[in-house]
Design a protein around this ligand. Sequence first.
Ligand code: TEU
Length: 561
Amino acid sequence: MTPTDQQHEQWWRDAVVYQVYPRSFADADGDGMGDLPGITRRLEHLRDLGVDALWLSPFYTSPQKDAGYDVADYTDVDPRFGSLADADALITRSHELGLKVIVDIVPNHSSDQHVLFQRALAAGPGSPERELYVFRDGRGEDGELPPNNWTSIFHGPAWTRVTEPDGTPGQWYLHIFDTSQPDWNWDHEDVHALFRDVLRFWLDRGADGFRVDVAHGMVKPEGLPDAETNAEGLIDIPEGELPPYFDNDGVLEIYREWRPILDAYEGERMMVLEAWIPEHRVPRYIGPAEAHQSFNFGFLQARWGVETLRKAIEEPLALADAVGAPTTWVLSNHDVIRHASRYGFDADYRFGEGLRRDEVPDAQQGLRRARAASLLMLALPGSAYLYQGEELGLPEVREIPDALREDPSHHRAGVPGRDGCRVPIPWEQHAPAYGFSPSGASWLPQPEEFGPLSVDAQDGVPGSTLEMYRAGLRLRREFELGRSAAPVEFPGDAPAGVLAVRRGELTVLVTTGAEDVTLPADSAYEGAEALLSSVAGTAAVAPGAPATVLPAQSTLWLRSA
Ligand code: TEU
């Protein structure tokens, strides 16, 4: 096999992967919470969209304190989502439809309801059971102060004190997320063994890959040193740096342990890392003995504009080239404000912790830019990760009663939290719960604006966001845009305010300003064929028409004359 043949075998290099958030995709049993049979019934939507794979957020046994990222049993299905037989059926049907399946693995922490954590609590200080997690005595005279000053990503301290079996206040355990998510002790061989078994369990059931949660966590620095503080004694992590519990060298050894396990299976089983780390730190995690790829979150964080977008494309491509692995692109996921709303802000660009009620993005601008950004993303080499509902142009939902919010950050710190991007998606405009659930139940209320955005309301409608995604995915495949054969070039002759990206015979023009841009008569694009635009109904960008006017805040795909 030549290296090129081999690259063609490696489906993940240019795959478009659709993230399914099980609780909000489709509910078959009518309890208002999505489930695996619901997903299986709706898989044709993914095939018709034209994606290559789906990634399932956790559906394992879990008390759902962090929407399933608090796992109590890694090798079983939570009854809310179905059974192991339902998981098998979902994988089988996906494969029949030509879709690969990536499952989520959560190795930094378990749920506090995991049997091993419950045993650790019961066994008491100094026991071997406690060694599987990170238990420490407290500081202060009576151990009443946490072992160090680390704070949780979900706000507040990263330590919780337990009551010992004899009823006395006792040790503390580390949780860099919620109290209900104790961190595993990755210095312990049994933890390694447990996760090797979890990987094999899902590989045996046909999983084509893993999305690794908090992939830069797991290994903690020797002695658990305090994080640096400023003059006021508050933790002060400089811009571009990370808290001490992230990105420690030992984490790489875990991927080096896992890679041969994946490689021993037939087919290209892969892992994609969720690591929110500075861009230049990503390449060391990637390679033939480490992970296959990692989410590149720089594109998601880039502000709207020619220079910022260009930088967010060029930098990851350069870093990826250096390690011979393709980069990835992401605009939305279950942790960030949906991009159709995010782009509705100018000055206040923010992506985490949801929208406050007083924060009203410009919905029209948001959707317009979001569609343009999505078409830009789909023209880039590497793999692209889509989040359910972005193909419908769904906005972030702002109006959620606090009592219904489930994000642990909301409970811990009162921030709105991430529920606004997790609202069940609309399938049928005129059905109960917009077709999400046969009973009309929905664990979070769907806003009225979801109605016209339903799949059936956009299906076959020229210019709808759904049809734009379908067309983009079709052309991406036709022009092999995901493969890196045609380099990414930035022609220097683009008009002001326009980002031009060339991929062989295809040129992508992104107008970032608020005004339409008229291409000069003698422009390099004169007579070029317009293939696809993020703005519908503009005569100049009808398929086949010569391009002269570029609508404001839009993306146009052109084939050179
Ligand atoms: O996220 C890890 C993470 O660092 C981001 O969630 C981010 O910091 C957070 O959204 C800030 O609000 C993963 C999962 O994607 C997320 O859903 C889980 O809550 C988290 O891990 C814990 O498992």
